[in-house]
Every structure is written in C-alpha cells, then in structure tokens.
Design a protein around this ligand. Structure first.
Ligand code: ITT
Length: 196
C-alpha cells in the first residue's frame, strides 16, 4: 500500500520510516507534493493530528499518517504541550526551545523536574474517513539542567531517561524507538492496521 507521512519534521520522518520500513509499504513524505501545511488550530494532540492527516489526504489522494507530539512538563502544568515546536516563537529552532525550557525550570529542583513525551498518531484511509485509527504513546523522564548528546531532535538533549542513565539524545536510534512515545504509538498503530 501507498501512504503519505503528514509531517514536515525531518526527525519524525526518519523515526517513522525506520519502523515502517519492514512493512513493505510505499511511504512518501508530504514534501513530495509541496502544499502549504495545515494550520494547527486544535487544543489537543488528537485534534491537531486529525487536522494534519485530513489535510494531507485531501491534497494527495493517498491514505495519510500524521504525528502530533510534544513534551509535557509537570512543573509547568503540562507546557509546552501542543506548543512544543513553537515554544520560543514561530521561527524557533530546537535549541531556542530547549533554552527557553531550561530557563523556565531554572528554579525547579531535580526532584521536581518530571516530564513526559507524548505522540498521537492518526491514520486515515482518505480525507473523509469516519473511522480514523488513533494511537497514543507516552514516555516518562526528567528534564536535565544542561543539554547532553547529539542524536535525535527537539528536546532529546534535555530529556533524561532514568532506566538508561543518559539523555534521549545519547540513545542509539534503535534504543530510542524501543522506549519512545513514537515507537510505542507506531507499534500499536501497525498492529491495529494489520488486524483490519
Ligand atoms: P509537523 O507538524 O509538520 O509534524 P512539528 O515539529 O511542527 O512538525 P508538532 O507540532 O507535533 O510537529 O511538534 C512536535 C514537537 O515536539 C517537535 O518539534 C519537538 O520539539 C517535540 N518532540 C516531539 N517528539 C520528540 C522527540 O521524539 N524527541 C524530542 N522532541 C520531540
């Protein structure tokens, strides 16, 4: 089968393609079509993932898989949440966002730096599909005081993974897939699609 990945984020494309590779689907990044991205007007990961999947299905005529994800920090009452990509502003880079987060947590002691990554994946057969497949993965950790590591993207350099005693940016790609919010959501999604 052919599907379009409804994301403009290269880090996501790479991780999603890694896990989808064994399935022998033809997976196309949406950049192949070059349409403007949908406006993410939802207030939850689920709403925004649905908006992006529907938009890509409409513009390509293909089944679409969208990923809406982000980091929820307990001490910030769940922020940056759905605003994770643009936490430090519309044109913010990953390192701008990380800098803003470390600043927001400057007075928060290590024992209160719990956070979780969330990934909602939505799969639509077509733009008007009334029965989307929706999967959610969650990954718990702590926010460090300094960035460490060079793998991955986004907030990986400040996401401490207690079980591995390192940040998410110090994990191999395979190890991150095994543990991460995205890996969990994608394994669920694949299982559900195989049952249909
Ligand atoms: P698309 O909407 O085009 O998919 P985006 O980057 O704008 O790309 P989101 O609105 O879902 O996507 O924002 C997700 C942000 O959450 C992302 O930019 C990272 O900052 C962060 N994030 C999500 N998954 C992550 C991961 O595995 N590691 C580190 N940061 C992650």
């Amino acid at each position: 089968r052919e599907i379009v990945l409804a994301t403009g984020n290269q880090g996501k494309v790479q991780e999603l393609q890694d896990l989808l590779a064994p399935l022998q689907w033809q997976v196309f990044p949406q950049s192949k079509w070059g349409f403007t991205e949908a406006e993410e007007t939802g207030l939850t990961f689920v709403e925004n993932a649905l908006i992006k999947a529907r938009h890509a299905a409409l513009h390509t005529g293909l089944p679409a898989l969208a990923d809406d994800s982000g980091l929820a920090v307990d001490a910030l009452r769940g922020a940056p949440g759905i605003y994770s990509a643009r936490y430090a502003g519309n044109d913010a880079t990953d390192s701008d966002n990380v800098g803003k987060l470390l600043q927001a947590l400057a007075d928060v002691p290590p024992a209160q730096r719990q956070a979780s990554f969330h990934c909602v994946l939505v799969f639509l057969e077509h733009a008007e599909d009334p029965t989307p497949v929706i999967c959610h993965g969650r990954w718990d950790g702590l926010i460090t005081e300094q960035p460490r590591g060079t793998q991955g993207f986004g907030y990986d350099p400040v996401f401490w993974v207690p079980a591995e005693n390192c940040t998410s940016a110090e994990l191999s790609r395979a190890k991150k897939q095994q543990l991460s919010h995205r890996g969990q959501a994608l394994r669920q999604l694949i299982q559900q699609l195989e049952q249909r």
